[in-house]
Design a protein around this ligand. Structure first.
Ligand code: SF4
Length: 207
């Protein structure tokens, strides 16, 4: 059979996946800038608010914020200083370590964080177009990519099941819920794998 121009320019699947992820990343960035602008924030300030929303009421240290977002400490410090001036965050002594400063959201900050969380609603609508099966496969693929990027040091380790001491994979191989979470002491399936779980205990930490 004669080669078509489609065959000649056929791009390997891995490359097409990379291009697809890049396009999604560009849309997310431009949407974040647009929405941030409307709320008088920068995307980094917006990300800090949503991050802190997840960690209330304990809050986070500045170095932790910088680590999780993959930004430098001075950048995180500048963004937090602006948020503090706007009355959106408070700084107080950490309840876990009296020498450390913990950053938490003020009541106004919580409200603003909830608005910021709506920035990615358009993406959730697009994800809703996938079937449950497609979502499950996509989640597994994403987790593998994230883990691999973490291993290479491109992104910081997040609070995922795959790096959690409580995670016992494939404990029940013939079940629809093959994995076991030691924290809640219950089985769960691939579609319930977490990427940012507040109860995660990193593999290297002491139990
Ligand atoms: S505690 Fe959270 S991260 Fe750890 S296994 Fe259970 S659900 Fe996953």
């Amino acid at each position: 059979m004669a080669k078509t121009s489609q065959d000649a320019t056929d791009t390997p699947l891995r490359q097409r996946l990379g291009i697809g992820l890049e396009k999604i990343s560009m849309v997310l960035k431009s949407q974040a800038w647009h929405d941030a602008n409307l709320q008088g924030l920068t995307p980094t300030q917006g990300k800090i608010l949503t991050l802190l929303r997840d960690r209330q009421p304990v809050g986070m240290r500045l170095s932790e914020v910088a680590d999780v977002l993959g930004i430098t400490s001075p950048t995180a410090s500048d963004a937090v200083a602006v948020l503090s001036k706007k009355g959106l965050v408070d700084k107080q002594r950490s309840t876990e370590d009296a020498r450390a400063i913990s950053i938490t959201l003020s009541a106004q900050g919580i409200q603003q964080a909830e608005q910021v969380m709506g920035w990615s609603d358009f993406l959730l609508s697009a994800i809703d177009d996938l079937t449950e099966f497609e979502q499950e496969i996509f989640l597994k693929g994403l987790i593998k990519i994230i883990r691999s990027l973490q291993a290479e040091g491109y992104i910081t380790v997040s609070r995922m099941c795959l790096t959690c001491q409580f995670f016992h994979p494939n404990q029940y191989p013939d079940s629809q819920h093959p994995h076991h979470c030691g924290f809640v002491d219950a089985p769960f399936g691939d579609r319930d794998l977490r990427i940012d779980c507040p109860d995660q205990l990193p593999e290297e930490a002491e139990v």
